[in-house]
Design a protein around this ligand. Structure first.
Ligand SMILES: [Fe+2]
Length: 192
């Protein structure tokens, strides 16, 4: 490619020409390995009785736009990651009778175990009926929605790699479908 062609290339608008960034740092191995070694996590337990107490309150809330009824079990030792482990989200999700969690998708996977109730989910256009004891897996970027068809609240035990995606700053969310968000500060998937 000639230089003439290079300068005539159509590019995005440039607001700044960058030489160095002070946050581009370097470490020797003597510095890096101690930095890399993290304090271990303490064993932790969440009592079902305590979870239910919190979930009961959330279940009485009027459901907001794209909102959910779940309690995230967050291990305090995971710091900024905010997971049950640093890379894993564990949530107990309730869906009241007749409720519908509308179609959306994200690049975190989701694993569901049904603890109570019955209903169905539509994963990438395929219907999966479920009831107590069933487990189903929703792969990354598969659209999914959940409907409670029973007479009691449906309770789902949900595992996702959402904190890992968030820590990498590559959590991508599409909700409602057609509305894509890069989930970083200032660009949240939805506001309560
Ligand atoms: Fe989801």
């Amino acid at each position: 490619m000639s230089e003439d062609n290079a300068v005539n290339l159509k590019t995005s608008p440039v607001t700044e020409v960058v030489d160095r960034t002070e946050w581009a740092q370097m470490m020797t191995d003597d510095e890096y390995y101690p930095f890399l070694i993290k304090k271990n996590l303490r064993p932790a337990i969440w009592r079902w009785q305590d979870v239910v107490e919190r979930l009961d309150v959330v279940m009485k809330d009027p459901l907001r736009n794209a909102d959910r009824r779940f309690i995230a079990l967050v291990h305090g030792d995971t710091g900024e990651a905010g997971g049950v482990f640093p890379s894993i989200f564990l949530g107990i999700q309730a869906i009241n009778p007749g409720e519908h969690i509308v179609a959306h998708r994200h690049n975190s996977y989701a694993l569901y175990h049904i603890m109570q109730g019955e209903g169905y989910s539509i994963l990438d256009g395929k219907r999966f009926d479920w009831k107590r004891g069933d487990t189903f897996a929703c792969p990354p970027m598969a659209s999914h929605e959940h409907i409670n068809t029973g007479t009691e609240p449906a309770i789902q035990y949900v595992i996702q790699d959402m904190p890992a995606r968030a820590m990498e700053r590559n959590l991508i969310w599409e909700e409602p479908m057609g509305h894509v968000f890069h989930a970083v500060e200032g660009n949240r998937p939805h506001q309560p």
